[in-house]
Design a protein around this ligand. Structure first.
Ligand code: 6PG
Length: 251
């Protein structure tokens, strides 16, 4: 484990996350005149995206410096209800001042996912602006947490968990047979900021296991930024099983 994660617990964790997003964007723009992010899919981040698309946050973000990528995508068309891209369009992308060239959908429809993965990685590596050490990395990766401990589309016992070089890989959710595209640990763990956004009692056990270092079986436990900051943004329920001593250390 590189640096300890920071655990932030708020009942209104979405406002906290939105405030942090504004600050992270401002810091990144000051540093490199851009804020290149990867959005998470699923249901949890919808409330954050909606908050960012309304005052006060919509007015505080330097949107023209934001460039949007995706952490993963399902093997569906971009207008399918299961599409993470469609969810993001409906909750934020269609409601904030971004132009098409600032948004990079992860095209996962079709059957040549290996080719789609290579193409998306090439796009990432071309678009990411290097820092003063000439390192190319995402400024922020937003992640959710599944009840099986998956994150992005890094599912337990799935092939992409073993990827150590590529930044984007096809993957399979064995539980559902779904094919996905996902950022891999090399892409996530080079990011400057990685945030898990988790709510609800159902995930409290997984959160506690991963933060306690007892979650080796859970893919989320291998999110460990090399030099970036890892933050767990939790509501009270999701944080409710973290041992008190650990909580004191990480908050
Ligand atoms: C996806 C996400 C996935 C999600 C978790 C949690 O494509 O579904 O990338 O990793 O973050 O499954 O999903 P919920 O937020 O809906 O619980």
């Amino acid at each position: 484990m590189n640096a300890d994660p920071l655990v932030v617990i708020q009942e209104d964790i979405f406002s906290e996350a939105a405030s942090r997003f504004v600050r992270a964007c401002s810091d990144s723009v000051l540093d490199r005149e851009i804020f290149q992010i990867a959005l998470s899919g699923g249901l949890t981040p919808k409330a954050l995206y909606k908050a960012l698309a309304k005052p006060p946050y919509i007015d505080a973000v330097d949107w023209e410096s934001v460039e949007v990528f995706f952490g993963d995508e399902r093997n569906v068309a971009p207008d399918h209800n299961d599409s993470n891209y469609l969810m993001a369009r409906r909750t934020i992308l269609d409601h904030v001042p971004l132009v098409a060239s600032q948004i990079h959908r992860m095209p996962c429809e079709g059957h040549d996912l290996p080719h789609a993965a290579v193409a998306y990685e090439s796009l990432l590596r071309k678009r990411l602006i290097p820092d003063e050490s000439n390192v190319k990395a995402l400024d922020l990766v937003l992640l959710g947490l599944g009840e099986d401990g998956h994150t992005a589309s890094l599912f337990p016992d799935s092939p992409a968990l073993d990827e150590t070089e590529k930044w984007v890989a096809p993957n399979l959710n064995a539980a559902t047979g779904e094919e996905r595209l996902t950022l891999t640990y090399p892409a996530i763990n080079t990011a400057r900021n990685v945030w898990f956004l988790v709510t609800g009692k159902d995930k409290a056990g997984i959160v506690a296991a991963v933060l306690s270092g007892k979650g080796d079986a859970y893919p989320a436990s291998r999110v460990d930024p090399e030099s970036g900051e890892l933050v767990w943004l939790l509501d009270g329920e999701a944080a409710s099983e973290i041992p008190p001593g650990l909580l004191e250390k990480l908050t």
